[in-house]
Design a protein around this ligand. Structure first.
Ligand SMILES: Cc1ncc(COP(=O)(O)O)c(C=O)c1O
Length: 404
């Protein structure tokens, strides 16, 4: 008899977004006249930049001509894309990363979820609390955690690192030594960033204890402040202890096109084993490459016109972030994030739980956000707002907050 992977049964249902959807639907049915504004969306809303669209069209035409048609992509991704990434995202920032250390994929979610496969199931992971759920859930599926403790809202055998107002939503170095450390900056959901000197401490810690840092930099393009690193490889020694994930989703609006990449330095090793060949093997065996037309579109993002156009899109979203941040501060709310990230992290007023505030905001202001408790126990009494809406809706939502 075939048996299922029982680790999947450890996962509690994905309650957060289904519950939000249900509550919003029920409210709208009961109040058909209400104009609900969604500030909870984690998806971009602006169309793909014109330069990228133009490149997509010409790449599509290439696919229709026998002399330029492309079949399977090379295992690591097309050289034209990997070399422009290595140059513009890394070498231009002083990071010594080469094109053959870049693995092109169809997005950061898959890579963040799949990377754990090249590590032993006995490894102990450390994650931030609150956290983007993919890191923990993919390790649960692999059997690297114990059972779920519903009361504590935690899995056994996972090191949770609290991110609180006291530590500026940047975790303290853990007392127990993890084998794998997931870090994400700029952070989803808190919008917090890590300064270079702080990140250097993590790199030093990982090197001292032979841990590997899995660094998710999906929101790197939103960084506006000078001393905030765009890549972990800006830190000394990071090539000896870190893997980095990047995405075109929030950088260039590719959530529907799908493109990302993972950086694994050639010499990165653990226990005398290099990780690059393992991920290359995994990539070659289980993945057949992002489409040629999408990789061409990705290359166009780095062209002068493409860069200018995606910068304008990011500036638009960050304009929304500023409106939310300033407006809510002015209205007496405690808010953070939103300066180097499209997320604003709001402390719920009057000690309301995250879900109480959700209901209150929906009924009193017809605005929807995401309860912080859905990202982990330390997200309780917090609420995530995003800058991905339209300007008009963002302004209107902030006006409604002021009436609360
Ligand atoms: C922290 C973080 N990493 C990765 C992703 C996924 O990116 P992609 O669309 O490239 O799969 C997201 C998407 O919301 C995210 O918030």
């Amino acid at each position: 008899m075939a048996k299922i992977n029982a680790n999947y049964k450890k996962l509690p249902g994905s309650y957060l977004f289904s519950m939000i959807g249900k509550k919003v639907r029920e409210y709208q049915e009961a109040h058909p006249e209400a104009k609900i504004i969604r500030l909870g969306i984690g998806d971009v809303t602006q169309p793909i930049a014109p330069k990228v669209i133009e490149t997509l069209h010409s790449a599509v035409d290439e696919m229709g001509d026998a002399s330029t048609f492309k079949g399977y992509a090379p295992d690591l991704g097309y050289e034209f894309l990997r070399s422009v990434i290595a140059e513009k995202d890394y070498r231009d920032r002083g990071c010594d990363i080469s094109a053959d250390e870049i693995f092109v994929s169809d997005g950061a979610k898959c890579d963040c979820g799949n990377i754990q496969e090249i590590f032993d199931t006995g490894n102990r992971i450390a994650v931030c609390d609150p956290v983007y759920p993919v890191y923990v859930d993919s390790n649960v599926m692999a059997g690297r955690t114990g059972a779920y403790d519903a009361a504590a809202e935690r899995f056994e055998n996972v090191i949770y690192m609290p991110c609180t107002a006291e530590n500026g939503f940047v975790p303290d170095l853990p007392e127990e030594i993890p084998d794998l450390i997931y870090l994400c900056f700029p952070n989803n959901p808190t919008g917090a960033v890590i300064k270079k000197a702080e990140l250097q401490k993590w790199v030093d810690f990982a090197r001292k204890h032979d841990s590997i840092i899995l660094y998710d930099a999906a929101y790197e393009a939103y960084i506006s402040e000078e001393d905030v690193p765009h890549s972990i490889y800006e830190c000394d020694g990071a090539k000896e202890c870190a893997i980095e994930f990047r995405s075109f989703s929030k950088t260039a609006g590719f959530t529907g096109l799908r493109l990302g990449f993972t950086v694994i330095p050639k010499d990165l090793e653990t226990g005398g084993e290099r990780l690059w060949p393992l991920w290359a093997r995994r990539h070659g065996t289980k993945y057949n490459g992002a489409p040629y037309i999408v990789q061409k579109a990705g290359e166009a993002v780095y062209s002068p016109e493409g860069r200018q156009q995606v910068r304008e899109q990011i500036a638009y979203y960050m304009g929304n972030a500023k409106i939310i941040l300033d407006g809510l501060k002015g209205a007496g709310f405690e808010v953070s994030g939103g300066v180097n990230a499209p997320y604003i992290w709001l402390k719920t007023p009057r000690n309301m739980t995250s879900w109480e505030f959700f209901d209150y905001l929906l009924s009193e202001a017809n605005v929807v956000g995401t309860p912080g408790s859905g990202f982990g126990p330390h997200g309780e009494h917090y609420f995530r707002l995003t800058a991905f809406g339209s300007r008009e809706n963002t302004v209107e939502a902030v006006e409604r907050f002021k009436t609360l």
